[in-house]
Ligand binder design. Structure first.
Ligand code: 48H
Length: 256
């Protein structure tokens, strides 16, 4: 094996990370939360050549996918979502009129597609606030996970033309606006389980909830009172796909 200098290992990491971080500071789309909906949105938008950054508070991306159902690492999708799996090269097995997917393959496959399309993915970054200028969200305010909550350390800003709340059940970004009185709290949270209705809701209600801020995935149900759906993930994939198409359309219009 070639001899190498140990300091160069650290320098390589610092330089590569700095380059990535610096690029992420100004993007077309900041996606907060790397669950299924956020990862599909990142993949799609990066595929369209938008500058995309995904900020994830945990160590690993994939959100609720990894745990499958009760820790059994298989998830279920319905046929409408198969086109997304097929394009990603993620395998599935038929089970009646449903399909099962290995949770690890789904999470890692979506990460790979987002990264290979050009999205920047930063982990251990918790978004704790939003930038709002003249009634429009212009970026997100973030801190290193476990830092902001424990020490009086100021955050950093990631500026973006559009931000997407894909933080799942928490709907963190939407709640920051509600806490500041910028958005009305019209719903008490997501509704009880009704899987078919929840799957439809999470796609139908994708929207720009505040100028510059879109919602996708479970945050749609949390912020608009939609039912939960349990361990079926087709709706999350289709919701991410839909938000990407809607955001691309607004970015195109803004440029025209
Ligand atoms: C940075 C954050 C922050 C923050 C959270 O929960 P997710 O998997 O989200 P979705 O909506 O793509 O998928 C939902 C699905 O996993 C699920 O929970 C289902 C189908 N439930 C149905 C039911 O009935 O229970 O991922 C959200 C991601 C996670 O990785 C979080 O760590 C991350 O967002 N996140 N990242 N800053 N403030 N808040």
């Amino acid at each position: 094996m070639d001899h190498f200098n140990e300091v160069e290992i650290s320098r390589a990491i610092l330089d590569a990370y700095n380059a990535k971080f610096s690029k992420a500071l100004q993007s077309d789309v900041a996606i907060v939360g790397a669950g299924p909906s956020g990862l599909v949105a990142a993949w799609r938008l990066a595929q369209m050549n938008y500058r995309v950054v995904v900020l994830e508070k945990r160590l690993s991306s994939g959100g609720g996918i990894w745990g499958g159902s009760m820790g059994m690492n298989e998830v279920v999708v319905q046929k409408e979502a198969l086109r997304i799996l097929e394009e990603a090269g993620i395998r599935y097995q038929a089970y009646g009129n449903l399909y099962t997917v290995d949770a690890s393959e789904l999470a890692s496959g979506l990460c790979m597609k987002a990264l290979h399309a050009g999205a920047i993915l930063l982990n251990l970054i918790t978004v704790e606030d939003l930038c709002v200028h003249e009634g429009r969200v212009t970026g997100v305010v973030a801190n290193r996970t476990m830092l902001g909550d424990n020490l009086p350390i100021d955050p950093i800003i990631f500026a973006s033309s559009v931000s997407i709340d894909s933080t799942g059940h928490d709907a963190d970004l939407i709640n920051y606006l509600i806490q500041r009185g910028l958005l009305k709290n019209e719903f008490p949270g997501e509704g009880p389980m009704d899987a078919p209705a929840g799957e439809q809701f999470v796609v139908d209600h994708v929207k720009e909830i505040y100028p510059g801020l879109w919602t996708t995935g479970m945050s749609v149900c949390s912020s608009m009172g939609g039912p939960r759906m349990g361990p079926i993930f087709g709706g999350m994939l289709l919701s991410g796909d839909k938000v990407a198409a809607c955001v691309a359309e607004t970015l195109k219009q803004a440029k025209a």
